[in-house]
Design a protein around this ligand. Structure first.
Ligand SMILES: Cc1cc2nc3c(=O)[nH]c(=O)nc-3n(C[C@H](O)[C@H](O)[C@H](O)COP(=O)(O)OP(=O)(O)OC[C@H]3O[C@@H](n4cnc5c(N)ncnc54)[C@H](O)[C@@H]3O)c2cc1C
Length: 393
């Protein structure tokens, strides 16, 4: 616990709640704990330190400069570095099976990184849990918030009971489907717009070869762009790749058409023949894995006075075609941490946070949508920020 930040003007800020111990919630808890805050973290899922909870949803992610800066700020890069696989560019696979690499940077060390969501989340939770001033509650889902009554309502998913806790101040990091946001919208405290894409996604596996060898280049983000749909694959430590199919929900070349294992295997053999050969469980996984939705969330305002602030996907979920949702959520955490030094009341801090982050997150949301609509080959680049070198090996 070296390089601890100095407590700034925090005496008046007191304890706070965080709802959702996902990527942003766990990192935020860690950053605030390092500053000496008393943090109570509530998470709907089981404790990932006790089970392999995660499955079926963006199993790995591209981590880029913005996210790395926030993780460095929290002092956790040493623990996270072993989880990372550098990707130096996108390997674009055409229908004939030939592939070409498009580098992300001009210099060899300018890369982005593939990281497993579950492992990254677990490290952040473990690091936050090292602080006595962090209390963590798992299997406890927030079901409602009431700024008027200063109350948070929870459901204990193990005991099947409900309980309440004082609301103010709370930071909601409960993701794209935020229950806090829904509750505030229902009470007309915020206005929400959720724009869903006509494309859904499904995750599949390209297993490792015997001995844990990657069967495609391990240091690339693989893309099979096909115009209105595509397959991508990011490498995992252990030799496998997680592939994601992005496809329209209905119409020609759509999920609706892939309604039998024959249809799935014919579609893959026609469109992604080289990848399909590497996916022995394709039809079985296709039937078993969930079909996820993709959308952009707009909320105004992001906070209700000094009672509640939404951050990460809860405030600004975006479509994943720039690979920047987690990176933006991590950047939120580091900006909030930075602003703590300038404020001694939550309302002013939440307001400045929203003012500071609103334009940036709106810009990346728009860029991700433009990529979706315009490009046959999405970017998965570090957006406007430079790729980062590999300083941890
Ligand atoms: C297919 C796909 C690919 C993606 N690829 C990338 C990528 O390559 N790079 C990138 O930067 N981003 C990527 N993203 C975006 C990234 O997944 C999100 O931006 C990121 O997870 C946001 O973090 P978060 O902490 O805000 O939300 P989440 O990670 O969703 O965490 C929310 C947490 O809140 C908990 N929770 C939910 N409801 C409640 C409740 N009622 N009470 C208590 N807890 C609750 C959840 O269980 C979860 O732990 C991708 C997204 C998708 C869908």
């Amino acid at each position: 616990m070296s390089n601890m930040p100095q407590p700034a003007r925090l005496a008046n800020l007191g304890p706070l709640n965080i709802i959702g111990a996902g990527l942003a919630g766990a990192l935020l808890a860690l950053l605030l704990a390092r500053r000496g805050f008393k943090v109570t973290l509530y998470e709907r899922r089981a404790d990932p330190r006790e089970s392999n909870a995660e499955g079926g949803r963006s199993i790995n992610l591209a981590l880029a400069a913005r996210g790395i800066r926030a993780l460095e700020r929290a002092g956790v890069m040493e623990r996270i570095a072993p989880l990372l696989i550098p990707m130096r560019g996108r390997m674009v696979h055409d229908v004939s099976g030939s592939a070409s690499l498009q580098s992300y940077g001009q210099r060899e060390h300018e890369v982005i990184y593939s990281v497993g969501r579950a492992a990254l989340n677990r490290v952040l939770i473990e690091e936050a849990a090292r602080y006595d001033n962090v209390e963590m509650h798992f299997d406890q889902a927030c079901v409602a918030v009431s700024p008027e009554q200063n109350l948070l309502r929870f459901q204990d998913r193990k005991r099947k009971t409900e309980f309440e806790a004082p609301l103010a101040p709370t930071i909601a990091t409960d993701g794209a489907g935020s229950a806090v946001r829904a509750s505030l919208a229902k009470a007309h405290r915020v206005t929400v717009r959720e724009d869903w894409l006509h494309h859904d996604y499904k995750e599949l596996t390209i297993p490792a070869a015997p001995g844990g060898r990657h069967v495609l280049d391990a240091n690339s983000l693989h893309i099979w762009p096909r115009g209105g749909f595509m397959l991508i694959a990011l490498p995992n430590t252990g030799g496998s790749f997680t592939a994601t199919l992005f496809l329209a929900r209905t119409g020609p070349n759509s999920f609706a058409q892939l309604n039998s294992s024959v249809a799935v295997s014919e579609f893959f053999r026609r469109e992604f023949a080289d990848a399909a050969r590497l996916m022995p469980c394709l039809e079985k996984e296709f039937a078993a894995h969930p079909q996820g939705q993709l959308g952009t969330v707009h909320v105004t305002p992001w906070h209700v006075g000094g009672s509640v602030l939404m951050l990460g996907d809860a405030a600004h979920a975006i479509v994943p075609f720039h690979g920047q949702g987690m990176n933006a959520a991590f950047e939120d955490c580091s900006v909030l941490d930075e602003l703590l030094a300038r404020h001694d009341d939550w309302e002013a801090l939440f307001a400045e946070f929203a003012r500071t982050r609103g334009p940036d997150t709106a810009a990346i949301a728009q860029m991700a949508l433009e990529t979706t609509l315009r490009c046959a080959t999405p970017c998965w680049t570090p957006a406007s920020s430079a790729a980062r070198p590999w300083p941890w090996s």
